[in-house]
Write a protein that binds this ligand. Structure first.
Ligand code: PMM
Length: 270
């Protein structure tokens, strides 16, 4: 279970809430207490259309928070596509790199991860946020995402990253239309045949807002997509996902406890 902590003014769901360091640290400790195994710290918004910030800004947002949370014993991943930010975050106490570009955005990332020997979450990605929705064209989204993730894995291995350090992620909402996200959700088992643990990160994403739209077509606001998020997370874990990345840790932990206690079978695992 990974809890989301965006130290940004503009992320689509929690943007602006944790810009103050004390608020961010308090929320990170709270999520750990609720059952988050990792708190995922991001200093750059990746919402569709977002403009980039420079590396110095990203580092100045995340490093002080990472230092304080590390001192409090909280395990963290750094959500970044930049090798320099990942290196600074690892040095400050993060233990996992969560790279939404799967190593594509920064050719130096693989070396940083290989040298650190840390786990690396490789997400399926086709381009930066400003243009990513133009890249959401597929003949067969499941086969193409699987093939592109396999390339990311091969590149990571070629750079010397150990196979037991890799986690794959279908990248819901990143160069994906709603129907692509649903297809991937339906066919997680095909991605699991790559043989790596899979992270599923649907939390509060806009395709859930579209699903729950009001009769006039207005999407459900991001903060009111929690029940839908929990439902997708439970379905993903039941289908064999290794982990989920969510904003509401407590609700997700509760739901997964119900699922585990029910004895319902896991459909597949990597
Ligand atoms: N989505 C966001 C950010 N980071 N990391 C991974 N591994 N997978 C995702 O789908 C993902 C991510 C989107 O933004 P948010 O931080 O506001 O949820």
């Amino acid at each position: 279970m990974i809890g989301v902590l965006n130290v940004t003014p503009d992320s689509f769901s929690d943007g602006g809430r944790y810009v103050r360091r004390s608020d961010a640290v308090r929320h990170g400790i709270e999520m750990r207490g609720q059952g988050a195994d990792l708190v995922d710290i991001g200093g750059e918004s990746t919402r569709p259309g977002a403009e980039r910030v420079d590396a110095e800004t990203e580092v100045s947002r995340v490093v002080p928070v990472i230092r304080e949370l590390a001192a409090a014993g909280v395990a963290m991943s750094i959500d970044t596509t930049r090798a320099s930010v990942a290196a600074a975050a690892l040095e400050a106490g993060a233990v996992v790199v969560n790279d939404v570009s799967g190593g594509l955005a920064d050719p130096a990332m693989a070396k940083v991860v290989a040298e650190a020997g840390c786990p690396w979450i490789l997400m399926h990605w086709r381009g930066h946020s400003r243009r990513m929705q133009d890249l959401a064209t597929y003949e067969n989204v499941v086969a193409e995402v699987r093939a592109e993730l396999a390339q990311r894995v091969d590149q990571a291995l070629a750079a010397g990253v150990r196979p037991d350090r890799l986690v794959i992620d279908p990248g819901l909402g990143f160069a994906k239309k709603a129907e692509h996200n649903w297809q991937l959700t339906r066919h997680l088992g095909e991605l699991l045949t790559l043989g790596y643990p899979l992270l599923f990160a649907a939390s509060r994403k806009s395709y859930l807002g579209a699903l729950l739209a009001a009769p006039d077509g207005a999407p459900r606001p991001a903060g009111e997509r929690e029940a839908a998020t929990i439902a997708t997370s439970v379905l993903a874990v039941a289908a064999g996902a290794w982990g989920v990345r969510v904003h509401d840790v407590r609700g997700t932990v509760d739901a997964l406890q119900v699922w585990a206690a029910s004895g319902a079978p896991r459909l597949a695992t990597a």
